[in-house]
Write a protein that binds this ligand. Structure first.
Ligand code: NAP
Ligand code: HSE
Length: 421
C-alpha cells in the first residue's frame, strides 16, 4: 500500500482525491495539508478523503510522517513548494507533482536529488493536463530524434481564443475559465504565456534534450487580440491560437510562445475549449499528435493518478540526458499586422514607407468598409521576415500621429508541406 501525503486541496487536489477513491489502486491518502483546513474539510470532495486521514496546516506533519511514502504536491508556485519537495525527496519520499514552474525552473536539480535518494519524481500532469504527452515523449518516443515540438499547451488561452472565435468577449471568457478552475491562481500566467513557456521548456528537455530556461523564451500576451482580428484571420483562412514552438536549429533552440495566425488546415486550428494539442516532429517517426483536455480538475487528476500508480508499481522510467542550450526567438516568418487609425489621407503610404525602410515586403492589405473614421482598423500581411525586424518596424509605426492603438503584430504559422519537408 502506497501512503500518500497530499499538499494542496484545491481544484486538482480535491479531484485527485475523487479519482484515487474510484481507482481501486493500492494507494491511500493518509495526510492532507492545506491552509485553512476547517474550510477545506467542508469542500464537496472532502468526502473522498479516507475518514482516518489527518488534515493539517503544518507541512512538517506530512514531511516528517513515517506513514507517508509519496508526497503529491498540488499547490503550485516555486516557493515554498520547492523547499518542501526537496525535504520530501531528501527524506526518501517519492514525489508526484503537477507544478510546471517548479519542474521547468528546477527540474534538473530535483531529478538529481531524487536519483541520489533512490526515489521517483514524476510530473505527468505538468504539461497538457490529462494528455499523456510527458510519458508519451519520454517513453514512447525516446527511440526517435525529435527536432521540433509545437502546439497548444495552455487550456485557458485556448478556451478564451476559441470562444472569442465564436463571438464571446475576452473578459467574460477569462472570468468563466477562472470559475471553472482552468486558470492559474494568477491568470496573467496563462494569458501572458508564462504558463505555456514553462511547459514548453519541460517538453524541450524531454523531446529535444535541450535544457532551456523559461526566462529566455519570448512570450507574447493574448490580451491584445480582439474580435476584429478573428474576422480578418477568417478572411485569410486562418484562426488565432496561442502556439508554443521549440525547434533545434544550428546548435540553438528557436523557441517562442504567443498568439499566432494558424491556417485552418492545421490540426492546431481545430482545438477548442480546454483542448491541448502537442505535435512532435521526429527524424525517423515523423509527426505524432497528442490531444485532449489540457486543464480542469478531473483530467489533470487522471495524470496525477497515473503517476501515483507508476510509483506504487515501481515502474522504471527512461531518463535521457539533456544539455544546456541557448535560445533564440528570432525566426523568419510571415506576419499579420493590425492597425487602428484615425482616418486621413496618406496612412497606407506612411506605413508602407516604414515597412520598406526595414526591408519588410507587404503580401496583402485588408480593409473592411463600415468602421468609423475615428477608429478605422485595417490589416497588412507580410512576406516572411525576421521577427526582430518586423517588431522594430511596428514599434516605429506605433509613434505615427494617426495611430489610435498600439499596432498588433502576430506571427503567421506556416504549415509544412509534406512534399518538401
Ligand atoms: P488551486 O485550485 O489554487 O489549488 C491549490 C491549493 O493549494 C489550494 O487549496 C490552496 O489553498 C493551497 N495552497 C497553495 N499554496 C499554499 C501554501 N503556501 N500553503 C498552504 N496551502 C496552499 O490550484 P489548482 O488549479 O488545483 O493547481 C494546483 C497545481 O496543479 C498547480 O501547480 C497548477 O499549475 C497545476 N495544474 C493545474 C491544472 C488546472 O487545470 N487547474 C492543470 C494542470 C496543472 P487556498 O484555497 O487557501 O488558496
Ligand atoms: N492554467 C493551466 C491551463 C492549467 O490553462 O492550461 C493546466 O496546466
Amino acid at each position: 500500500m502506497l501512503r500518500i501525503g497530499l499538499l494542496g486541496f484545491g481544484t486538482v487536489g480535491s479531484s485527485f482525491a475523487e479519482v484515487l477513491a474510484a481507482s481501486g489502486a493500492d494507494a491511500r491518502i493518509t495526510h492532507v495539508f492545506n491552509r485553512g483546513v476547517v474550510r477545506k474539510k467542508t469542500h464537496e470532495r472532502a468526502k473522498f478523503v479516507p475518514a482516518d486521514a489527518k488534515w493539517t496546516e503544518r507541512v512538517e506533519d506530512v514531511l516528517a510522517a513515517a506513514d507517508v511514502d509519496c508526497v503529491v504536491e498540488l499547490m503550485g508556485g516555486l516557493d515554498p513548494a520547492e523547499g518542501w519537495l526537496r525535504a520530501a525527496l531528501s527524506s526518501g519520499k517519492h514525489v508526484v507533482t503537477a507544478n510546471k514552474q517548479l519542474i521547468a525552473y528546477r527540474g534538473g536539480e530535483l531529478f538529481e536529488l531524487a536519483a541520489k535518494h533512490n526515489v521517483q519524481l514524476l510530473y505527468g500532469a505538468a504539461v497538457a493536463g490529462g494528455v499523456p504527452v510527458i510519458p508519451g515523449v519520454s517513453q514512447g518516443l525516446s527511440g526517435d530524434q525529435i527536432r521540433r515540438v509545437s502546439g497548444i499547451v495552455n487550456g485557458t488561452c485556448n478556451f478564451i481564443l476559441s470562444s472569442m472565435e465564436s463571438g464571446a468577449e475576452y473578459a467574460t471568457v477569462l472570468k468563466e475559465a477562472q470559475r471553472l478552475g482552468y486558470a492559474e491562481a494568477n491568470p496573467a500566467a496563462d494569458v501572458d504565456g508564462l504558463d505555456a513557456r514553462a511547459k514548453l521548456c519541460i517538453l524541450a528537455r524531454l523531446a529535444l534534450r535541450a535544457e532551456i530556461s523559461p526566462d529566455d523564451v519570448p512570450a507574447q500576451s493574448i490580451a491584445q487580440v480582439s474580435a476584429i482580428d478573428f474576422a480578418y484571420a477568417k478572411e485569410l483562412d486562418c484562426t488565432i491560437r496561442q502556439v508554443s514552438r521549440a525547434e533545434v536549429e544550428d546548435g540553438a533552440v528557436q523557441a517562442r510562445v504567443g498568439p499566432m495566425l494558424v491556417p485552418k488546415i492545421s490540426p492546431i486550428a481545430w482545438s477548442h475549449g480546454t483542448q491541448n494539442m502537442v505535435v512532435t516532429s521526429g527524424r525517423f517517426g515523423g509527426d505524432v499528435v497528442f490531444s485532449g483536455h489540457g486543464a480542469g480538475g478531473h483530467p489533470t487528476a487522471v495524470a496525477v493518478m497515473s503517476d501515483v500508480r507508476a510509483v506504487s508499481l515501481r515502474s522504471i522510467k527512461v531518463r535521457l540526458p539533456a544539455k544546456k542550450m541557448a535560445v533564440s526567438g528570432d525566426c523568419i516568418a510571415p506576419h499579420y499586422l493590425r492597425f487602428v487609425v484615425s482616418d486621413r489621407p496618406g496612412i497606407v503610404a506612411s506605413i508602407a514607407g516604414a515597412l520598406a525602410k526595414y526591408g519588410v515586403n507587404i503580401d496583402s492589405l485588408l480593409q473592411h468598409r463600415g468602421h468609423t473614421a475615428a477608429r478605422l482598423p485595417f490589416v497588412i500581411t507580410t512576406e516572411p521576415c525576421r521577427i526582430s525586424t518586423v517588431v522594430d518596424a511596428v514599434q516605429e509605426m506605433g509613434t505615427l500621429p494617426f495611430m489610435v492603438e498600439t499596432p498588433l503584430c502576430l506571427q503567421i504559422l506556416v504549415v509544412d508541406d509534406p512534399e518538401t519537408d
